[in-house]
Design a protein around this ligand. Structure first.
Ligand SMILES: C[S@@+](CC[C@H](N)C(=O)[O-])C[C@H]1O[C@@H](n2cnc3c(N)ncnc32)[C@H](O)[C@@H]1O
Length: 775
């Protein structure tokens, strides 16, 4: 069907036969890429970067066969770049049922790749997990338009059922989409070869430095690094080479090595401002904020007119203040911030957007499950507990939840899990400290036993602490393998959360620049266990997680978040079903209390609510009053049923009132419906009463959630007689309007920070209302 001139003779079928790459290595084992095979790793990374820049669009080898024992730099250098482009629209997606029992539908897309270098040369490529199940041709055209230029990492060659040869990709992150203007870049790689210095053989430090600087200017950080390192082999005390090496390592995102290199340069030349700048810059990235500030001050003194020194100092001051727990939430929520998705991404110029901070919490052996978080002192509602940047994040397409969610479990689908796991492996490979964080995460093997917060989870206070942490982490990395893909997948499965770009929360929408959902793993926030009546909540701001208490928590009590916001409004059995994807049967205080209720009370209530919702619209159109009567009658019947169930001894432990509110949570929607009816009927008194009931239920189940703030804001607005009630002066009034506004301000501060001024909390409430009105 297609002309196949693509595969060079002698191509090994190792990948197909043994799951190994052309060098006979297991591609899922990070040791293949890092650690002991350092030379191979460097070469490999250079190839990866070349692929990103469109220089090597597709790589394979003519040499290695199934018998090759291990990779070497020489073999890697023999990889041939081939330029590929999509010539045809994609084929129909293939819906492949997984083995019986798994209940999965794997979706694959069949593409045809064409070589740009050799005419009439094409080959099929099948990508699994890269499009939503049941995607149609139009969707595929959008995802893979004709003419797309792409690179495939570590291609696995296969023979399809009809005998044709092609490439199969299981992990969509192995596909790199290239900008259209990458055209011609591939040939550039060949051109450069001729002019390239033989770095390994060169014994002239001056020539090596010059060549390194030239490559650096061209953006070939890896090539530059190679030159500087050869230079250092010849002149180990060359401060400039150490300093330049630090610059290249910064660009590559190898912060730890960059810090050590810049530190060495500074040691050799204590007055070298560039070296000090880089020390400060890397310290900020390594979460060592106070020492970074000291260095940044010194650089500013040395270079009073230099803009980047000024910028660095400003960033260091802001981050050092945040590292003491001082976050200007009003500014953060009001100001437009560049979204940072993952710490440690290569970026030589910018400091991190936010500092990490570990507040009054610690990891402990939880009576609930394995490790958990607990408070180290009594905290109040809205108090900040933790700020943390994502350990790894995988960006998902904007406004396309279907591309990364499994709607059954409401968790990431396999493709997204693999993408994030791949990120985790890379993070662990490029940083010994992050590697330790990754391996410390729960991966389903053993959920018991206490583990103290490893020191490196806390932002470090001094360079001595950092040095010790680095030594320990590097020694650990040398002795123990890092996470392989399998382990990383387990970490993702048990720990990853979606961190929305602010879509669900209008107050945060300024941060949702991409409007998409990222899948993220956090080193410390992920130690929090779940409860169906949590006492803490998470807000994502500028790519960081802000964990806050949503109620007062006594010292030493466990801190609980929820793993599934929507499940909290479901009856017990359904809630547990929703959480099954997390691999546990929830036995939190609320679940235990509801277990005590005679069978089906809540579900009976939920059914009644559904009946209400299904009432013919004609009836609603007749007027709110009639429907309101019906809804209210049903709600009273529900409350009575729940009340008598609790009196019959169902209430276990918590107060009767609290158990009542918990039980009513599953019919919260019916209260909302009743409020809408009361508004249509212009029955203000009933509206306000029902709003208060709603607020009581939300406060019992989920204080600090978006809905808490929204309902409280609407209530304050209605109680005060309109939007004019949402101005600072309204607090001077008395009676129910003031009470409602005070409640609303409390809700806003609980969610966004008790330290917020009243004006800031009010402006966030107004944002919710305006958003609601627009909706
Ligand atoms: C993100 S981890 C939480 C930290 C974990 N407990 C640890 O030891 O590192 C999620 C896992 O913790 C356990 N877990 C969390 N909340 C739980 C709960 N309420 N009941 C039972 N197990 C829970 C489950 O095994 C779940 O898959």
């Amino acid at each position: 069907m297609f002309p196949f001139g693509l595969f060079p003779p002698g191509l090994g079928l190792g990948p197909l036969l043994g799951g190994l790459d052309p060098f006979g290595r297991d591609p899922f084992n990070p040791q293949t890429l890092v650690g002991r095979q350092r030379v191979a790793r460097r070469e490999y990374e250079a190839l990866e970067r070349d692929m990103q820049r469109g220089k090597a669009l597709f790589t394979t080898t003519t040499r290695a066969g199934p018998g090759s024992a291990s990779g070497s730099a020489a073999q890697l250098r023999n990889l041939r770049p081939l330029v590929m482009r999509l010539p045809l629209r994609p084929f129909t997606p293939l819906h492949v049922p997984a083995p019986p029992g798994l209940g999965l539908l794997i979706t694959g897309v069949m593409l045809v790749l064409e070589s740009e270098e050799e005419e009439d040369t094409a080959c099929p490529l099948v990508v699994y997990n890269a499009c939503p199940p049941k995607a149609g041709l139009r969707e595929l055209d959008r995802l893979y338009p004709v003419g797309t230029r792409l690179a495939v990492k570590e291609p696995h060659f296969t023979i399809f059922a009809d005998g044709t040869q092609g490439i199969r990709v299981d992990n969509p992150s192995d596909i790199i989409f290239l900008p259209a203007d990458a055209a011609g870049a591939a040939s550039g790689a060949g051109e450069r070869e001729g002019s390239e210095l033989d770095v390994a053989a060169c014994a002239d430090p001056q020539a090596l430095r010059q060549r390194g600087n030239q490559l650096f200017k061209e953006g070939d950080w890896e090539g530059a690094l190679h030159c500087y390192e050869r230079c250092l082999e010849l002149e180990p005390e060359d401060a400039t080479a150490h300093n330049n090496r630090a610059a290249a390592l910064i660009e590559l995102g190898h912060w730890e090595q960059a810090y050590l290199a810049a530190g060495r340069a500074l040691q050799l030349e204590p007055s070298n401002s560039k070296a000090r700048y880089r020390v400060a810059r890397t310290l900020l990235q390594l979460r060592c904020y106070m020492p970074a500030l000291e260095h940044a001050k010194a650089v500013r003194q040395q270079l009073p007119k230099d803009e980047s020194a000024k910028e660095l100092l400003r960033a260091a001051e802001a981050l050092a203040a945040q590292a003491q727990g001082q976050y200007d939430m009003a500014a953060l929520l009001g100001a437009k911030q560049a979204k940072q998705t993952a710490r440690g991404k290569p970026d030589g110029s910018k400091a991190p957007a936010l500092a990490d901070w570990v507040g009054p919490i610690e990891v402990f052996a939880s009576p609930t499950a394995g490790r958990g978080l607990r408070t180290t002192k009594a905290v109040k509602a809205g108090e900040l507990l933790l700020v943390e940047q994502a350990l790894a994040a995988a960006q998902m397409p904007a406004n396309r939840m279907d591309l990364h969610l499994d709607f059954g479990s409401m968790r990431m689908n396999k493709g997204s899990q693999q993408q994030l796991a791949g990120e985790l492996v890379l993070v662990a490979a490029s940083s010994a400290l992050d590697r330790q964080r990754v391996v410390s995460l729960y991966c389903g093997e053993d959920a018991t036993g206490a583990q103290a917060v490893p020191a490196e989870l806390q932002p470090l206070q001094s360079e001595a602490e950092l040095g010790a942490a680095l030594d320990a982490a590097q020694a650990d990395a040398a002795q123990n393998a890092g996470p392989n893909m399998q382990r990383a997948l387990a970490v993702v499965r048990w720990n990853a959360w979606g961190s929305s770009g602010g879509e669900q929360d209008p107050a945060l929408s300024r941060h949702g620049e991409r409007g998409g959902e990222d899948s993220t793993v956090w080193a410390l926030a992920c130690a929090a266990n779940h409860s169906c009546s949590p006492n803490a909540h998470i807000v994502f701001v500028a790519g960081a997680v802000f964990l806050r208490a949503s109620r007062a928590i006594p010292a030493g009590d466990e801190v609980f978040v929820t793993y599934n916001e929507d499940a909290l409004l479901l009856p017990l059995r359904k809630r547990r079903e929703r959480l099954r994807g997390w691999g546990f049967h929830c036995r939190c205080a609320r679940c235990l209390a509801e277990e005590g209720l005679p069978g089906g009370v809540e579900e009976g209530m939920e059914k009644a609510y559904r009946r209400l919702c299904a009432l013919p619209p004609r009836q609603a159109a007749v007027g709110g009053r009639e429907l309101l009567r019906e809804v209210q009658a049903q709600l009273s019947a529900n409350e009575a049923a729940l009340g008598s169930a609790l009196s019959a001894g169902g209430e276990a432990g918590p107060g009767r009132q609290q158990a009542m509110e918990w039980g009513l949570a599953c019919v919260l929607g019916a209260y909302r419906l009743a409020i809408a009816c009361a508004q249509v009927a212009e029955d203000k008194q009933t509206t306000l009463e029902l709003q208060r009931t709603c607020l009581r239920i939300i406060t019992a189940v989920r204080p600090g959630c978006v809905e808490h703030v929204t309902v409280a804001a609407i209530h304050a607005c209605d109680a005060g007689g309109g939007m004019h009630a949402m101005k600072p002066g309204a607090l001077k009034r008395s009676g129910p309007a003031k009470q409602a506004l005070t409640l609303a301000l409390g809700a806003s501060k609980t969610r966004y920070g008790r330290e917020l001024s009243e004006a800031a909390a009010l402006s966030l409430l107004n944002r919710q209302l305006q958003h609601g009105m627009r909706g």
